[in-house]
Design a protein around this ligand. Structure first.
Ligand SMILES: *Cc1c(COP(=O)(O)O)cnc(C)c1O
Length: 364
C-alpha cells in the first residue's frame, strides 16, 4: 500500500503533526483525574465551611499544569508551534516545570529563561524533565532574553502575555467550572467567596469571568503579599502601579501589574505579610498532613480574614480556595528553619495566633 504521507506537501505534513500533538494533549487530559477539593472545618468558625482545591495533585505538581496545557493548545491551534520547534518561556517557577513537562510529552526541546538566583531545586526540576535553563544575571532581562530566543525561531509560550487569551474561561473544566461542579452536593454549594493569589492573573481572571457567566453571587478575593503590584494597582485601577516591597512568596506578589490581571472581576484584595503566609504554610501541614507552598498559606490567611467578617455579621456560607503547589519545592527555603533565621523571620507568634484563631475564632 502506498504511504499517503509521501504525497503530502510539507505544509500538509506539518498539519498532521499538529493534529497528532493535539491528540496527545487530549489523551493526557483524559488520563488525568480532576484535583481534589478538600473540606476543612474549624471550631472557631461554626457555620462556615472551608474547601481547598489541591492543585499540587496535577502530574507536573501545580496549578500551572492547567496554564501550560492551555498555552500549548493555544500555540498549536494558532499555527505557531511546529514539529521539532524549540519552545521558550520566561519563568522562574512552577510554570517552567509544567511547560517542560508538556514539552517532553510532545517531544519538543524546551528552554526556561530564569534569573540566576532561582532556587536550585527548581532548576533541577526543569532539567530532570529534559528542559534547559538559560540563566540571566539581571532578573529584569528575562523577557528580553526569551524574545531573543523567539527571533531565532523558538515558539515563545509567553505566560504573562497570553495566560488570559489562552485559558478557556467558559468551560472545558477550567479551575472555576471544576470548583463549582465539585461543590454541587455540598450543604452550601454556591461559595460566598473564592480566594486565589495572582501571578499571571490568569486564575483570578478565569474564576471572575466564570462566576459572571454562570450568574453566581460568589465573590472573588485575591490574596496577595503586602504591597505587591496588584495590591497597589487594584484600588485605583492603575495598570502602571508597582510593588511597594518585594516578597518571599513565589508565584504571586508580582512587582508590576501583568496584562492578564483583570481589575473588574476582583471584588476584594487582601494583603498578607510574608511571615504570616509562611506560618500559614507550616500550619497547613498540621491540618492536612502534607506540605504546601507559601502562596497556599497566603490563601489560608485571606480565607480566615473573610470568615471573620462573615462571623461578625452572623453570616453562614462556604469559602473555597486553592493549594497551589507542593511544599517540597521549598524544603531549602520556607521550610528550612536556618533559612528563615538567616532572614530574621520568626514564624512562631503568627503560627500561634493562627492556631488560636482556628480553635477559638478571630476574637476568642
Ligand atoms: C502562578 C502561581 C500562582 C498564581 O496563579 P496565576 O494564575 O498565575 O495568577 C499562585 N501560586 C503559585 C505557586 C503559582 O505558581
Amino acid at each position: 500500500m502506498q504511504d499517503v504521507s509521501q504525497l503530502l506537501s510539507p505544509h500538509e505534513t506539518g498539519r498532521r503533526w499538529v493534529h497528532a500533538a493535539l491528540e496527545m494533549l487530549a489523551q493526557e487530559a483524559a488520563r488525568s483525574a480532576d484535583t481534589h477539593l478538600l473540606k476543612l472545618d474549624f471550631p472557631g468558625f461554626p457555620g462556615i465551611d472551608f474547601y481547598f482545591k489541591d492543585e499540587s495533585a496535577h502530574p507536573s505538581g501545580s496549578l500551572k499544569h492547567r496554564l501550560a496545557r492551555s498555552l500549548y493548545l493555544y500555540a498549536l491551534c494558532n499555527g505557531r508551534l511546529r514539529e521539532g520547534q524549540a519552545v521558550v518561556d520566561a519563568s522562574s517557577g512552577s510554570t517552567a516545570i509544567s511547560e517542560a513537562w508538556f514539552a517532553r510529552l510532545l517531544g519538543l526541546p524546551f528552554t526556561a529563561v530564569m534569573p540566576a538566583c532561582t532556587a536550585p531545586r527548581k532548576i533541577r526540576d526543569v532539567q530532570a524533565l529534559g528542559g534547559r535553563c538559560d540563566l540571566v544575571d539581571d532578573p529584569a532581562q528575562v523577557h528580553a532574553r526569551a524574545a531573543e530566543h523567539a527571533t531565532r525561531g523558538a515558539c515563545h509560550l509567553d505566560q504573562f502575555g497570553l495566560a488570559v487569551q489562552a485559558t478557556d474561561w467558559r468551560g472545558n473544566n477550567n479551575i472555576a467550572e471544576s470548583i463549582i461542579q465539585q461543590m454541587a452536593r455540598e450543604p452550601r454549594p454556591v461559595p460566598a467567596w473564592i480566594v486565589c493569589g495572582a501571578g499571571t492573573g490568569g486564575t483570578s481572571a478565569t474564576i471572575g469571568r466564570y462566576l459572571r457567566y454562570r450568574r453566581l453571587d460568589t465573590r472573588l478575593c485575591v490574596a496577595e503579599p503586602t504591597g505587591s503590584g496588584y495590591v497597589e494597582g487594584w484600588r485605583g485601577r492603575d495598570r502602571d502601579a508597582v510593588a511597594r516591597q518585594p516578597t518571599l512568596i513565589e508565584g504571586i506578589g508580582r512587582p508590576r501589574v501583568e496584562p492578564g490581571f483583570l481589575f473588574d472581576v476582583v471584588d476584594e484584595v487582601i494583603e498578607v505579610p510574608d511571615t504570616t503566609s509562611i506560618a500559614a504554610a507550616w500550619l497547613l501541614e498540621e491540618l492536612l498532613g502534607r506540605r504546601y507552598g507559601g502562596s497556599s498559606g497566603t490563601n489560608l490567611v485571606a480565607c480566615l480574614q473573610l470568615a471573620a467578617g462573615m462571623r461578625d455579621r452572623g453570616e453562614r456560607g462556604s469559602i473555597v480556595s486553592l493549594l497551589c503547589d507542593p511544599g517540597e519545592r521549598y524544603a531549602e527555603t520556607l521550610f528550612d528553619p536556618a533559612w528563615l533565621a538567616a532572614r530574621g523571620i520568626d514564624i512562631g507568634p503568627a503560627r500561634e495566633a493562627l492556631r488560636h484563631c482556628l480553635a477559638n475564632g478571630p476574637h476568642g
